[in-house]
Write a protein that binds this ligand. Structure first.
Ligand code: ATP
Length: 300
């Protein structure tokens, strides 16, 4: 009987994103506070008798070969462990694509976990993370999830305690943003304002939501917002409708607002829908690392 594994691959937002410098090798050294949110893709993984990887997705325009990180993740383990059987992957995308929510990276992380389990490879999280970083800098983070400080090019991780409960409104306009475009146009040496990443980490350790909210900051806004002013319009709408604070996630264009009350996030979401500025709107909550590990390991 063929076993089928169902996995949730959660998206992330950046509560803080700072670029420290551009390295000699062209990569940017970052300091980010990562937070998993309850917006997720669904993946089903199955063993088949036809060798190779077979990937299906609900978005017709997404690649279903090496161009897809989910495919690459499965293929890397297949090759390393000389897996003779095939793997069938059904990917249902909900996380906005090319949006600053690590959608591809989280799918890759889920596939690494899933293939590890499906073929009883016995790899620990650390061993999966070592393989994940070869697929993308954010993949190791997506394997552990929750709240974490991410440094280096994103691969040096320090887990933090969960952030206090809150409501997170997530909105993406119809524009798609290339991460490469944003980093190429960032003037890292000329940044005058840097988010207080250490202060935010301290606030998280102290369980002080206000200290987190007051420190939201993302230096990539200096590139993405002038190029796509709709991001500012969405931020303004959330702020006008009761968000405690608002920020762009990653290289954008996804915007999130943090709310204290359930009624307020509902009415802000309704108001934003009416503006027509956002194509995808989600009312979400923070997800902690323990929830990520339990729910990723789901079996059917
Ligand atoms: P990050 O926050 O890490 O910058 P992102 O949200 O900007 O990620 P993704 O959603 O991962 O970006 O997609 C970026 C590009 O990667 C897309 O244009 C898409 O063609 C490609 N891609 C490959 N695999 C996937 C996948 N499984 N899901 C979404 N996009 C994928």
């Amino acid at each position: 009987m063929s076993e089928k594994i169902s996995l949730r691959a959660y998206g992330k937002i950046n509560l803080g994103l700072d670029v420290v410098r551009k390295r000699e090798d062209g990569y940017h050294e970052v300091r980010m506070i990562m937070q998993t949110v309850s917006v997720y893709d669904m993946l089903e993984l199955e063993r088949t008798d036809t060798p190779g990887i077979e990937l299906k997705t609900n978005l017709a325009w997404l690649p279903v070969n090496e161009g897809n990180l989910a495919y690459r993740a499965a293929d890397s383990l297949r090759k390393e462990f000389h897996i003779k059987q095939g793997v069938r992957i059904n990917l249902r995308k909900h996380i906005p694509v090319a949006a600053g929510m690590a959608g591809g990276s989280t799918d890759a992380a889920a596939v690494l976990r899933g293939v590890n389990r499906l073929f009883s490879l016995g790899l620990s999280d650390e061993e999966l993370m070592k393989r994940g970083v070869k697929l993308g800098a954010d993949v190791p983070y997506c394997i552990i999830g929750g709240t974490a400080l991410s440094e280096g090019i994103g691969e040096i991780l320090t887990p933090l305690p969960p952030v206090p409960d809150c409501y997170i409104l997530i909105a993406k306009s119809s524009v798609s943003v290339s991460t490469r475009f944003v980093y190429e146009n960032l003037k890292a040496d000329e940044l005058r304002v840097h988010p207080d990443i250490d202060g935010m980490a301290e606030a998280i350790k102290a369980g002080e939501l206000r200290g987190v909210i007051d420190r939201l900051g993302n230096v990539l806004e200096t590139v993405t917002i002038p190029a796509y002013p709709v991001i500012k319009d969405i931020k303004d709408s959330m702020r006008e409708h009761g968000a405690e604070n608002v920020l762009m996630s990653g290289s954008g264009p996804t915007v999130f607002g943090i709310f204290n009350k359930e009624e307020t996030i509902h009415s802000a979401a309704e108001a934003l829908k009416k503006t027509g500025l956002a194509k995808q709107i989600y009312e979400a909550e923070p997800v902690n690392a323990q929830q990520v590990s339990v729910l990723q390991a789901g079996r059917e």
